[in-house]
Design a protein around this ligand. Structure first.
Ligand code: PEP
Length: 248
């Protein structure tokens, strides 16, 4: 089955010259890339259009790292999912642990963003695993259940979850493949409890947290994840391309 490999470039490329260098190197890696999988990259919002135009013919999709929960209105500094979609993006990351931590985003905020993303046919990649205290499993349950309970079966089928244990993000540490597999099955069981087994089987669930070329095969294949969300390693087009090749 096709895997989804998403690069989260975070707040990198701090000026146009860095953006151009990254873009040139990325294009070099991906213009001839043959992959059976789906690759997407999520640059800072201000570079969305640049990357869309740059990668348009490579087959690499574009996503945003966040969106606002309204489509129109006076919301200074926010970006409408409608605008993101109009630029050519297919995905939007929602509820990343860094946004939950630094922007104090709640499950309710995340659900509102998911609703608006779906309304304009942007596919939300909902990150779960942020630990606000207590057991990780309870946090994941709460985060997944909130989405599952607030969306219909049809809507859930258009949402992707990314299980990202917060301690694994940017740390170089990863859970065991058994632990990732258990958590993916657990997330599916939460979806199945409300929407049935068939729906749960069809929902994409990614793993994210310190994925590199050396561990991606285990973390993605042995765990039955539907793909990976990559942060640090996607900051190097060469390393990101290696990850993509490993899953071919
Ligand atoms: C992330 O930021 O979503 C992430 C998974 O980062 P890293 O790959 O660096 O752990």
């Amino acid at each position: 089955m096709q895997k989804l490999i998403v690069g989260n470039l975070k707040m990198n490329m701090e000026n146009l010259s860095q953006r151009d260098t990254y873009g040139k190197d990325f294009l070099e890696e991906f213009k001839q890339m043959k992959t059976k999988n789906h690759v997407a990259v999520c640059p800072p919002m201000i570079y969305l259009e640049y990357f869309y135009k740059l990668l348009n013919k490579t087959g690499v999709s574009i996503g945003a790292q966040d969106c606002f929960w309204e489509l129109y209105g006076s919301y200074t500094g926010n970006t409408s999912p409608k605008t993101i979609k109009s630029i050519g993006a297919q995905f939007v990351i929602v509820g990343h642990s860094e946004r939950r931590q630094y922007n104090h985003e709640t499950d309710e905020d995340v659900a509102r963003k998911v609703l608006m993303a779906l309304r304009v046919e942007l596919m939300p990649v909902v990150c779960v695993g942020y630990n606000s205290g207590g057991e990780e499993i309870d946090n994941v349950k709460e985060q997944v259940e909130f989405i599952v309970k607030n969306f219909s079966q049809d809507e859930i089928e258009n949402i992707i979850f990314a299980y990202e244990p917060v301690w694994a993000i940017g740390s170089g540490k990863t859970p065991t493949t058994d632990d990732v597999h258990t958590m993916i099955m657990y997330i599916r069981s939460i979806i199945a409890a409300t929407h049935g087994k068939e729906c749960a089987e069809g929902v994409g669930i990614l793993y994210g947290g310190s994925v590199v070329a050396e561990n991606v095969t285990d973390l993605c294949t042995k765990t039955y994840a539907d793909g990976v969300l990559v942060g640090g390693a996607s900051l190097s087009p060469r390393k990101f391309a290696q990850i993509v090749r490993m899953l071919n």
